[in-house]
Design a protein around this ligand. Structure first.
Ligand code: PHE
Length: 340
């Protein structure tokens, strides 16, 4: 018992003499550590006569608590001292330049989509997002492509293990969803979103890519409305001098169908490497909504008409920024993404 008291007195006396954090750590190891003196005192309990063990045990615990408490306040004291020391001696140079904060940014694909939204919003189009997992009916049949229609070959398709369920190969199935939701009212929407095609990935084609579909349905919609809309879009997006030309084409869901070219943004039609010396860049497919599609959407083709177009914003972005590899878009290489 008296050994315990001497131990306590000696430890506390030493603690008052401790001058820095290193010495404090050494003190802690010596007295409170795993192999410390207090541990030895605890182990010593087996040598204490049985009738005194209880009191001895209580006394050991008391000493342990006393030393732990003393140690805690010594730690606080040393911390305080260290802080005062650094406040007194350290100098803060407020004239040093700050560290640059690197800010996050929107993906270039998102930036371009938003530019496109802004242009069409000005033209009175609403944005409608449709599903990426579709069924055969919406992706093909309602768009005037019955099973075995040869035009289905234009879209190599990812099928799921559920029969008739597939990843949309274009945003056109959204036309049906919009028409069915809004019939019999006039419609002016764009349908942006991811599309999927079961193709070889090359520098020019990806298995996933965005499309922006446009759809207008009303009682007096003509080809000239389609042309005016496309010209307005091209000029707002690429500059007021842009020229647009249309070529006849074929899609099962539009009649007549067209393909739209814009004069080259680099050479303005003179011919350069971007436009492969033709002076023109292809920007979208389009046409007047086929009567069969209007019918599937719930509109009477004798009263209603419409136009539709579909473009690939990644292609447009590649033209605009001279990106030579479409795989960069989803490659997540920061060196690429941070340029935008
Ligand atoms: N869906 C067509 C494609 O993916 C593009 C298109 C949309 C053509 C609307 C005409 C009208 O190629």
């Amino acid at each position: 018992m008296s050994d315990l008291n001497t131990l306590e007195q000696r430890a506390l006396a030493e603690l008052t003499a401790v001058a820095d954090e290193d010495a404090l750590r050494a003190w802690n190891t010596r007295y409170l550590g795993d192999k410390g003196e207090l541990k030895q005192a605890i182990n010593n309990i087996k040598n204490v006569p049985a009738d005194q063990r209880r009191t001895y045990g209580q006394e050991v615990n008391r000493v342990k608590e006393a030393l732990t408490a003393a140690h805690d306040s010594a730690v606080a004291r040393e911390k305080e001292k260290a802080l005062e020391r650094s406040l007194a001696t350290d100098r803060l140079d407020v004239t040093l330049p700050g560290r640059a904060v690197s800010r996050g940014r929107l993906h270039v694909a998102t930036q371009v989509l938003r530019e496109i939204y802004a242009v069409f919003a000005d033209l009175g189009f609403q944005i409608y997002t449709s599903r990426e997992v579709e069924d055969d009916l919406h992706n093909f049949e309602y768009l005037n492509m019955p099973p075995h229609h040869p035009a289905r070959d234009m879209w190599d398709t990812f099928h799921t293990t559920t029969r008739g369920v597939l990843l949309r190969t274009h945003t056109s199935p959204g036309q049906i969803h919009v028409m069915r939701q809004f019939k019999p009212k006039p419609i002016r929407v764009i349908l942006p979103g991811m599309c999927y095609r079961y193709e070889a990935i090359t520098t020019r084609s990806e298995i996933m890519f965005h499309q922006v579909e446009g759809l207008a349905v009303g009682k007096h919609i003509r080809m000239s409305d389609l042309k005016g809309t496309i010209v307005a879009f091209a000029r707002r997006m690429f500059g007021e001098q842009r020229q647009v030309r249309i070529r006849s084409s074929y899609f099962p869901f539009t009649e007549p169908s067209i393909e739209v070219d814009m004069d080259c943004i680099v050479c303005s039609g003179k011919g350069c490497s971007l436009c492969k010396r033709t002076g023109w860049l292809e920007i979208m497919g389009a046409g007047m909504v086929h009567p069969a599609v209007l019918k599937h959407g719930g509109y009477d083709p004798d009263t209603f008409g419409g136009f539709a177009f579909g473009m690939g914003p990644q292609r447009i972005t590649m033209l605009k920024y001279a990106i030579d590899d479409i795989r960069q878009f989803w490659g997540n290489d920061l060196r690429f993404l941070q340029q935008f």
